[in-house]
Design a protein around this ligand. Structure first.
Ligand code: MG
Ligand code: ZN
Length: 382
C-alpha cells in the first residue's frame, strides 16, 4: 500500500509541476507593454441638446434597460464656442468635426472664415468609407459640420450643394426642399446622381438591395424628419445600422456620425413628453450600435452631445400642503425647464471599444477630434 501511495503522490507531484512550471516560465519573461489596440471603425453618436438630466430621464421613463449603462468609459466635455460661453450646434459640431473651436453659426470654418479640414475629408484620404445620419434635415448644423464649409449654418442650399461634392458615401435624413425647391432653381438631386449616388426619397431599403451601390442617399422629408410621436418609427436606429452595413462592406474601415437631432428641438419647445420620446429613441439606437460593436470588436463607439438645451431638470413635483404652502414632493418627478435656449453645462461623453479609455476625464469638445485621429492614425494624404 505504501508503495502505491508513494507512487500516486509522485505522479500527482509530477503533474502539478507540469502545470506550474510553464506559469513560472511566463513570469520570467520581460513584462510586455500593452498598447491600446487601434480601432478600425468609429461611430460617433451625437444627441443634440442632451445634457445629464436629459440622459437621466431615460432612467425614469424608459420601460426597458437603458443602453447608456453599457459604457464603462465616461468623461465630461466643455462645449463653449470661441466667441460665446454658450455654444450653438454649428460651433460645437465644427469642434467635433475639425478639432477647432469657432464662432456660433460657423460650419466647418475658423474664426477668420477659413475652411477647416473635417473628419470625413481626412478619413476618406485614409481609405475610410464615411456616412452621416440625422433626424433633422441633412443640411442642418450638426450633420453639415462634417462635410460643409460655410460662414453661416443658415445657408442650407449651399450646404446641400457641398454635400453632393463631398466625400460622404452614405447619408440619411430630411431636407429635400434644400435640394429641389431652391432659390436658384437648380436640382441638386441630379447633381447627386451624376456624382454616383443612388437616391431614395420614400423610405429606407433593405441592405441586400443597396449593397452593390457605390454611394447611397436617403432624403425622406421636406425639412426635418417627423417627430417620433408623429410616425418617424425607428428611422434613426435603422438608418444608422443600414449605414454601418453599407459602409463596412468589403471589410473597409468606416466612420459614421449619427445624430438624434430632436432632443434639442423638444428642449427649445420646453416639451418634456417630446424630449423623453426622442431621448428613448436615441438610447435604442445606442443599443443596436453597441450590439454591432460588441460582435465586431474593432469599432470605437463614442456617444455625446453638442450642448444641453432648455436648462432641463428632474425636480420634485410641486404640491400644496394643508397650510397652503407650495412644496416639492420627492416621491414624484416633474420635468421642468429654466430656459428656451441652450445652457453652458458640461456634457457627458461615453466610449466603448478599442481606445475607449482615451475618452475618460474632463476636456474640451474639440479634443474629441484629436483623440479619434490619434487612435485611428487617419490622416490627410498631403
Ligand atoms: Mg443638430
Ligand atoms: Zn438648439
Amino acid at each position: 500500500m505504501k508503495i502505491f501511495s508513494d507512487y500516486f503522490f509522485c505522479k500527482r507531484f509530477f503533474l502539478i509541476c507540469l502545470l506550474i512550471f510553464p506559469l513560472f516560465g511566463c513570469f520570467r519573461q520581460s513584462p510586455r507593454i500593452i498598447k491600446p489596440i487601434a480601432p478600425k471603425n468609429v461611430v460617433l453618436l451625437i444627441c443634440d441638446g442632451a445634457g445629464l438630466s436629459q440622459i437621466s430621464s431615460a432612467y425614469f421613463y424608459k420601460n426597458n434597460p437603458v443602453n447608456y449603462s453599457r459604457f464603462k468609459n465616461i468623461g465630461l466635455i466643455h462645449v463653449n464656442s470661441s466667441d460665446q460661453l454658450i455654444t450653438d450646434s454649428a460651433a460645437s459640431g465644427t469642434a467635433f468635426a475639425t478639432g477647432h473651436k469657432t464662432y456660433n453659426t460657423a460650419i466647418g470654418v475658423s474664426d477668420e472664415k477659413v475652411d477647416l479640414e473635417n473628419l470625413v475629408e481626412i478619413a476618406s484620404q485614409s481609405g475610410v468609407n464615411c456616412g452621416i445620419v440625422t433626424t433633422s434635415s441633412i443640411t442642418h448644423a450638426t450633420p453639415a459640420s462634417f462635410f460643409a464649409h460655410v460662414s453661416s449654418r443658415y445657408l442650407e442650399e449651399e450646404i446641400a450643394m457641398q454635400l453632393a461634392d463631398s466625400e460622404v458615401d452614405f447619408f440619411a435624413g430630411g431636407g429635400l426642399n434644400f435640394f429641389v425647391n431652391r432659390s436658384d432653381n437648380l436640382n441638386v438631386i441630379d447633381k447627386l446622381i451624376s456624382n454616383g449616388f443612388c437616391i431614395n426619397t420614400n423610405a429606407l431599403d433593405e441592405f441586400k438591395t443597396i449593397k452593390k451601390n457605390d454611394k447611397q442617399a436617403y432624403i425622406l422629408a421636406p425639412d426635418g424628419m417627423p417627430k417620433l410621436t408623429h410616425g418617424r418609427g425607428s428611422f434613426l436606429e435603422k438608418a444608422t445600422i443600414l449605414g454601418i452595413n453599407f459602409l463596412h462592406k468589403g471589410d473597409n474601415p468606416f466612420f459614421i456620425m449619427s445624430e438624434g437631432a430632436q432632443v434639442d428641438w423638444a428642449g427649445h419647445d420646453n416639451d418634456s413628453d417630446y424630449l423623453v420620446s426622442e431621448m428613448i429613441d436615441f438610447d435604442n439606437t445606442i443599443g443596436s450600435v453597441l450590439d454591432f460593436a460588441e460582435l465586431d470588436g474593432e469599432t470605437l463607439v463614442i456617444v455625446t452631445a453638442d450642448h444641453e438645451t432648455g436648462g432641463f431638470t428632474l425636480s420634485g413635483k410641486k404640491r400644496v400642503n394643508s397650510q397652503g404652502e407650495i412644496y416639492e414632493d420627492y416621491k414624484e418627478i416633474e420635468p421642468t425647464f429654466s430656459a428656451k435656449g441652450h445652457s453652458a453645462t458640461l456634457i457627458p461623453i461615453f466610449a466603448f471599444g478599442p481606445g475607449s479609455q482615451e475618452f475618460n476625464g474632463i476636456y474640451h469638445n474639440n479634443e474629441v477630434f484629436h483623440k479619434i485621429l490619434k487612435l485611428t492614425s487617419w490622416h490627410s494624404a498631403n
